[in-house]
Design a protein around this ligand. Structure first.
Ligand code: 13P
Length: 320
């Protein structure tokens, strides 16, 4: 499949991408909430539950995995990711190596060693796309231009290496929605971050049609209740002025927004796109918004497998 076809498949709303690529530390936070021990066995059981959900392929076109999951071999010697590939669901891989704190309370992407070799390994073993996350924190003084530029350069370098070696890069400049900032602030920060990210992507010569942007919604801080109609319109208006028209696609994060609100916002955004003449394919790559109900139903017990899978499908069916 060409990179452009992979992009189209992944962003074909109401189908979208399940982000199941939590690193060991992040999945621990999710397991702590349901009192499940963070062992490799439990992580494998949980991801097996997700991937073997009946009819998952009717809703999900791709799943982002973590390296441990990608390489996981099951008791019958099959690979865990084969559960997805057999259903024609594309497999993605998280390629970033997390974030470091800067002295001024911002975040900077850690380098990934031997990135070219890793990309080649994942392509040879069935991956179609990748993800790299940067994180920007809103405060009176942040994010700074310098910090955005440094992270954007790393994102652009990763994106170029992926497209040159046969992976669609998901470029994720997340803006943390935690807090009580107002809509002017998020509009200003979102435009500033995206402008710089796309400048750096262009400087590197990345083909915009071969990449997927994974942004946060343009929404006020999570402490404030917001009508999804407002978020949907603000997001389109902001993006229209800053994103290249030939961008391959968008796959939003849920960013800690409640599942029902995140799904409603994306549905409305797709509904309003024509009114604003916004043509970029727009779907989702949600983690928490898709998994929270499923995790709470599972609680680490094999006895709850069916009910947990039903919860996942219940949430996914809200998109239709
Ligand atoms: P959410 O849980 O915010 O949807 O995040 C998904 C993700 O992949 C973040 O990198």
């Amino acid at each position: 499949m060409t990179l452009k076809k992979i992009v189209k498949k992944l962003c074909d709303f109401p189908k979208g991408v399940l982000a199941a690529d939590e690193g060991i530390g992040t999945i621990k936070k999710r397991f702590d909430m349901i009192d499940v021990e963070n062992t490799q066995e439990n992580r494998t059981e949980y991801r097996k539950l997700l991937f073997s959900t009946p009819n998952l392929e009717d809703y999900i076109s791709g799943v982002i995995t973590y390296s441990e999951t990608f390489d996981q071999i099951l008791d019958d010697n099959s690979r865990l990711i084969d559960l997805l590939l057999e259903k024609n669901i594309l497999v993605g891989i998280k390629l970033d190596s997390g974030l470091s704190d800067t002295p001024d309370n911002q975040k900077l992407c850690n380098p990934t060693e031997n990135l070219d070799e890793k990309i080649k390994y994942y392509v040879e073993n069935g991956a179609s796309f990748a993800k790299w996350r940067a994180l920007f924190i809103i405060s009176d003084n942040t994010p700074t231009k310098e910090n955005i530029e440094k992270n954007a350069e790393i994102l652009a370098d990763y994106a170029l290496k992926c497209t040159q070696n046969g992976l669609v890069p998901i470029v994720e400049p997340e803006i943390l929605l935690k807090g009580n900032f107002d809509s002017n602030k998020i509009k200003e920060v979102s435009s500033f971050v995206l402008k710089i990210v796309f400048e750096k992507l262009r400087d590197c010569g990345v083909d915009m049609e071969e990449i997927i942007l994974k942004p946060s919604f343009v929404r006020q801080g999570l402490d404030i209740q917001v009508d999804p109609q407002v978020t949907a319109k603000d997001t389109i208006q902001n993006f229209k002025s800053v994103l290249p028209e030939n961008l391959g696609g968008i796959a939003f994060i849920s960013g800690g927004i409640k599942d029902s609100e995140a799904i409603e916002t994306l549905k409305l955004l797709n509904k309003y796109k024509d009114d604003f003449n916004f043509t970029v394919l727009s779907s989702y790559s949600f983690g928490r918004a898709l998994q929270t109900r499923c995790l709470q139903s599972w609680k680490g017990s094999v006895l709850n497998l069916n009910s947990a899978q039903k919860k996942l499908i219940e949430v996914l069916s809200f998109f239709k």
